[in-house]
Design a protein around this ligand. Structure first.
Ligand SMILES: Nc1ncnc2c1ncn2[C@@H]1O[C@H](COP(=O)(O)OP(=O)(O)OP(=O)(O)O)[C@@H](O)[C@H]1O
Length: 601
């Protein structure tokens, strides 16, 4: 059992949280006119609801009971007009509210997405992608439900309830008091229900989160599950989580059904009271027949919004929890590093690290850098390296030594903790991030392709890069296989490039680096082995890619770097050796041993 419900336990918020609602209101403000119009319609809808029983009362008392036909058609027509007006007003109100809801959701989605784009690599290391996707989709959708389910119309419901109480008291105080004797029970039930529902919801949402997290992991890793015959165990685990989700839902269903039944029977009790007490009043001549009928109709209209209470309650609670999570993400300031003055003055190290900013690249220097992904767990210790324009430097060493980390620090996916990295004597933390990244082309160990065409994947939609697509593909030798595709550069790439081989994906990613024409190239060689023919192709591609650029390459296949200007051996985060292939072989140290290991066959 690999899954112990370790995923986020959902915070079950309040049903109404003033702080969250206050912040949410800021998103509604731009659409206040539409919202106000929708709210202005509410009293009109309430009035038409209140008018209907009244028209019936008049018809009965003034016409039917007295046997007067004239006027009845007018009243019937008035009744129709009121009902028709109510439908039109309801339509307008639902439309306006949903319109505002859609706009607000659109705005929050845009804001959230651009916020997420600016978050740091560290943040993405720690946050499961699935949870970010659900912030942007289901959490925002729940906010939409708040508009769709007419939460705003609660105001209207309250108007109707108050109106009914007023009219009933005005018609007959005593009968009203007798009818409202059921209210204390109703209020008690509503409060108790709120408490129980809250607890039940907490369980449901936590188990729902577990279920989705399990699904995301299991479907994402389907190939492993299938290859290792783990389907049955996974299905068993899923059945367990699924059952626990259903189990958590049972109390909610029970309370929901119970509330419905209780409200329904209380409304029947109220009707019974009206018939019993009101009937007596009619007999005594203190109440008209029409008033009795109106009373029964009003009491039904009184209970109907209360019956919807549980649905509205759950939507509100869901919306508050979603708002809480959306705002927590928006408040996360784990931004990508901004450009800032370097914390310490760049030591004027060797002459080699100088240069003139703004001109062609002269030097890249790592000056005694220290770095840890977490706390004081240093992955790189006192690492130094100097590179001159046009040089090709290779990083080699055992797995987990810190080679990839060096490349990440150069492109500022993370910032060094101590020491500094300079380009032409300027600390890279002082450079603008986009300017720095424009100078550096990175080829990742695992090339990431997007769904779209090959041309799009090479240029990523950049107009300048788009002009260089074919030329770039030719430089790395990718043009040969692309030309053979039925649609050439317009061939569709499916999600993550599943319809291309590992070697072809590598070549496309090389072409991408060339199309952006960077001065500095950072290359993390793929560890995945490809067949000898592909390896030769890739080797040729690499040569084209590195032509005329200053290159830092993380090498796994030592054969590819024999001609590097310098080879740096990293051992447990420290520089162990540095020199050319011939020098390091002659020294018979770590590099020599690695080389022997790889070519022992
Ligand atoms: N995002 C991360 N969060 C925490 N630790 C990390 C992270 N990335 C790497 N590490 C750790 O840092 C160390 C150095 O990793 P790095 O990827 O730089 O090694 P490498 O020499 O490139 O290895 P390989 O040859 O396998 O690619 C490893 O011990 C690794 O576990």
């Amino acid at each position: 059992m690999h899954f112990g419900g370790i995923y986020e336990e959902e915070a079950v918020g309040k049903v109404y949280d003033r702080r969250l609602m206050g912040r949410f209101l800021a998103y509604i403000v731009p659409y206040r006119r539409m919202l106000v119009t929708a709210l202005l319609v509410l009293p009109l809808i309430a009035a038409s609801k209140l008018a209907q029983p009244w028209i019936i009362k008049v018809a009965i008392d003034e016409h039917i009971v007295k046997g007067r036909m004239e006027g009845l058609p007018t009243l019937a027509a008035a009744f129709l007009v009121v009902i028709f007006a109510e439908s039109i007003l309801m339509f307008a109100q639902v439309y306006l509210l949903q319109w505002v809801g859609q706009r607000v959701m659109y705005d929050i989605r845009v804001k959230l997405f651009s916020h997420i784009q600016r978050l740091s690599t560290r943040f993405f290391d720690q946050t499961p992608v699935g949870s970010l996707v659900s912030r942007l989709t289901s959490d925002i959708e729940v906010l939409g439900e708040m508009f769709a389910a007419g939460i705003v119309t609660v105001v209207g419901d309250i108007l109707v309830l108050a109106g009914i109480v007023g009219i009933m008291l005005w018609m007959n105080v005593q009968l009203s008091l007798v009818t409202f004797s059921v209210l204390p029970v109703l209020i008690w039930v509503a409060f108790a229900f709120r408490k129980w529902m809250r607890l039940a919801f907490r369980q449901v949402r936590a188990r729902q989160a577990n279920l989705s997290a399990f699904l995301a992991e299991s479907i994402g890793g389907m190939a492993v599950v299938q290859l290792f015959n783990r389907e049955r165990e996974e299905a068993e685990e899923f059945r367990r989580l699924n059952a626990s989700y259903v189990e958590a839902n049972l109390p909610v269903i029970t309370w929901d059904a119970a509330l419905y039944a209780v409200v329904e029977s209380l409304s029947s009790v109220a009707v019974a009271l009206i018939i019993w007490y009101g009937g007596g009043e009619i007999v005594k001549g203190t109440l008209s027949f029409g008033s009795l009928v109106a009373f029964i109709q009003y009491i039904e209209k009184f209970f109907s919004p209360i019956r919807d209470l549980s649905a509205k309650y759950s939507i509100m609670q869901g919306a508050m929890a979603s708002l809480e999570r959306i705002f927590a993400l928006l408040d996360n300031n784990d931004r990508e590093p901004a450009s800032m003055p370097a914390p310490e003055a760049t030591p004027a190290t060797a002459q080699a690290c100088q240069g003139s900013p703004g001109h062609a690249l002269q030097s890249i220097c790592f000056n005694d850098i220290w770095f840890a992904y977490k706390d004081r767990d240093y992955v790189l210790k006192e690492f130094s390296l100097q590179m001159k324009r046009g040089e090709k430097v290779a990083l080699v060493g055992e797995t987990g030594g810190g080679k990839t980390t060096v490349t990440r620090l150069l492109s500022r996916l993370y910032d060094v903790e101590r020491g500094s990295i300079t380009i032409d004597g300027t600390d890279i933390r002082e450079l603008q991030l986009p300017a720095l990244r424009k100078r550096i082309g990175v080829v990742l160990q695992d090339p990431y392709l997007f769904s779209g065409t090959i041309a799009y994947n090479i240029s990523l939609g950049d107009p300048e890069a788009l002009k260089r697509v074919e030329q770039a593909a030719a430089v790395v030798g990718a043009d040969r296989f692309i030309r053979e595709l039925p649609k050439g550069y317009d061939e569709e790439v499916r999600e993550r490039g599943v319809n291309f081989s590992a070697g072809e994906r590598q070549l496309i990613s090389f072409a991408r680096a060339v199309a952006f024409d960077p001065e500095i190239l950072v290359l993390d060689e793929a560890t995945a082995s490809v067949d000898t023919a592909s390896e030769r192709l890739i080797q040729q591609g690499l040569e084209g890619l590195m032509q005329g650029r200053t290159t830092l390459v993380v090498a796994h296949r030592l054969s590819t770097i024999r001609d590097a200007d310098r080879i740096v051996v990293i051992h447990r985060g420290e520089k162990a050796e540095e020199g050319t292939h011939a020098e390091l072989m002659a020294a018979q140290g770590l590099y020599y041993r690695l080389y022997q290991l790889q070519f022992k066959d």
